[in-house]
Design a protein around this ligand. Structure first.
Ligand code: MFK
Ligand code: FAD
Length: 499
């Protein structure tokens, strides 16, 4: 078989390998404690956690519907590595740091830096962590009181034996983007003030969670519900089992067979008998969760780009072609440099949004910061989600044929990147969210952006009046366009169907 064997690309400490991350933190968070923690965690990620991540991929979760005696149990069996990830997440404070706020306004930047070096090795455990963080945020914003005080303390603890993760069960068969019209789940009031939920949730990720936040329509005494998003309320539910291990009030229909994110269970669920925590204004209430999970999504997207670039850079020193290492081929280096530029751009945008989140949560945010956070959250999610697919795909090519080989671990990076533009709001839905926040703030989010970007002559609201007017008229033109397209113009679908 010959004597040549190619050296594999080696994952080194992702914190020490990332000059941009270290430089960013040196400028903004020059704390020895944060540096030494990130350095030690980076070591752990390279030497221990990455192998667990791989184990999560090769030992995906499976659903056991029945026990040996035929009783329905709906056990989701996960790998030991997936369980290690849960303990590690608590120990390392991957959610807790955001709530302890030891570094004041920079706490979110510190937390997200840890998640950034963890994400590509996490076996997608960043998914339950994102939802856990989002749930803690929602509970905190509603007001931590019974019965969610216990949940909040478990979601934000560093003690592995107390740590809980949360789900975010919104999507139903009729609507994932349009949950307002698509949600059929009803909540039936009980005499003790709680509610029983009846419905079918079509996508529920990390279904082994300990609790969830979900949406449903409250039935009145006649059984009627209010349609649309005004009829939706937010519910808190604990996912518990009886003494015989059976899930209480939940049936798991099946686990989904997915392109990627195979490390983590995504189920279809029938709900029943869950407890209400918050009534009314479901979509507006869960929006706090969406902000957090969309920021996590962006962190994971930038992290996927960084990981593939790190590995590709290392590989370029180990692989030779046409008589010299890849690193000495200018065209190959140009390709890597382009990936590096995209990765750096994504990283800086993501970290700026984390910075704004940290400022808002520590009471330091100006009104400009708050507007900016609202505007940039959908922008950073939609941009980095798309770019991650492009950069990771390019990255795979830089390993040649080996980039396509399953047990190198590389193809999983691309599969997992593909979901980043779909869940937590597709690109188009987030584009519309940008328009929503422009319209609802009467253009103030744009004013904040222009001020922030220090565009010449945009230092006062009045100087922005023409821009705001243009946006408003563009919005009404868009509506006119939709009307015209719907009534008179030949639609794209009709055109596409013509010979
Ligand atoms: C690795 C990291 C992984 C991350 C975790 C992944 C696991 C989870 C995977 C999931 O995919 S969970 C499901 C995610 N689902 C979505 O993201 C839904 C996408 N669809 C939307 O975002 C729609 O725009 C939306 C459902 C919000 C539209 O609903 P409506 O009811 O038609 O919107 P409407 O009437 O404009 O707004 C209702 C209220 O919500 C308004 O408040 P007010 O009543 O007070 O005016 C809005 O201002 C508010 N709102 C809507 N979007 C908001 C928001 N507020 C703040 N931020 C937003 N983004
Ligand atoms: P649709 O809304 O049917 O969208 C189809 C297409 O139409 C998209 O291209 C979209 O951009 C476009 N579109 C829709 N509306 C508009 C519009 N107004 N203007 C222009 N274009 C539009 N959901 C949960 O609630 N919890 C979970 O844990 C969860 N986990 C998931 C895990 C995975 C692996 C995946 C793939 C999905 C998960 N989801 C989860 C569901 C996910 O959030 C939805 O699939 C997503 O929000 C899109 O909704 P949809 O599937 O109904 O697509």
């Amino acid at each position: 078989i010959g004597s040549f064997f190619q050296e594999r690309p080696v994952l080194k400490n992702p914190f020490l390998e990332d000059a941009l991350l270290r430089g960013y933190l040196r400028r903004h968070l020059p704390q020895e404690a944060a540096f030494s923690d990130l350095c030690a965690f980076g070591e752990r990620v390279a030497n221990e956690v990455d192998d667990w991540g791989r184990e999560c991929e090769v030992t995906p979760p499976r659903l056991v519907h029945f026990d040996p005696w035929g009783r329905r149990v709906d056990h989701i069996v996960t790998s030991p590595a997936w369980k290690h990830m849960k303990d590690l997440s608590a120990q390392e404070g991957l959610v807790a740091i955001g709530y302890e706020r030891s570094f004041g306004e920079w706490s979110r930047v510190y937390q997200m830096s840890k998640l950034y070096i963890f994400s590509p090795s996490s076996g997608l455990y960043t998914c339950p962590l994102a939802m856990t963080d989002g749930a803690a945020k929602v509970i905190q914003s509603i007001g931590v009181s019974w019965p969610t005080d216990e949940a909040y303390s478990r979601l934000t603890t560093r003690q592995p034996d107390r740590f809980w993760t949360s789900g975010q069960w919104m999507t139903e068969r009729q609507g994932g983007s349009d949950v307002g019209s698509g949600t059929e789940t009803v909540a039936v009031p009980q005499t003790d003030g709680s509610y029983k939920l009846h419905g079918f949730k079509w996508f529920t990720s990390a279904t082994d969670a300990d609790m969830t936040l979900t949406l449903a329509r409250i039935q009145d005494r006649t059984g009627a519900t209010t349609p649309g998003s005004r009829g939706l309320s937010l519910f808190y539910a604990e996912v518990s089992r009886d003494e015989e291990g059976r899930l209480k009030g939940i049936e798991v229909q099946r686990l989904k067979d997915k392109l990627g994110t195979r490390q983590m269970p995504t189920a279809e669920l029938l709900l029943d008998g869950l407890q209400l925590s918050e009534e009314g204004r479901g979509v507006a209430s869960i929006a706090n969760m969406l902000t957090i999970t969309r920021i996590h999504n962006s962190v994971s997207a930038a992290a996927a780009m960084r990981r593939v670039v790190q590995l590709a850079r290392d590989y370029a020193t180990r692989r030779s072609a046409f008589g010299k290492p890849l690193k000495d081929h200018p065209l190959h280096i140009q390709t890597l440099a382009r990936m590096e530029v995209e990765t750096r751009g994504a990283f800086l945008l993501v970290m700026d949004v984390c910075r704004l989140l940290g400022r808002e949560e520590s009471g330091m945010a100006t009104q400009l910061d708050t507007h900016l956070l609202r505007l940039l959250t959908p922008v950073v999610k939609l941009y980095t989600g798309k770019q991650a697919v492009a950069v990771v795909s390019e990255g795979l090519e830089s390993f040649g044929g080996q980039g396509y080989i399953e047990d190198t671990g590389l193809p999983g990076l691309l599969r997992d990147a593909q979901v980043l533009s779909i869940w937590e709001g597709t690109t188009n839905v987030l584009s519309l969210d940008v328009l929503r926040c422009v319209a609802r703030s009467s253009g103030m989010v744009l004013h904040a952006y222009v001020t922030h970007a220090k565009v010449q002559g945009a230092s006062s609201v009045s100087s922005l009046a023409p821009a705001v007017k243009a946006v408003n008229s563009a919005l009404s033109e868009l509506e006119d366009f939709v009307q015209v397209a719907a009534t008179r113009a030949p639609g794209y679908l009709e055109l596409a169907a013509r010979d």
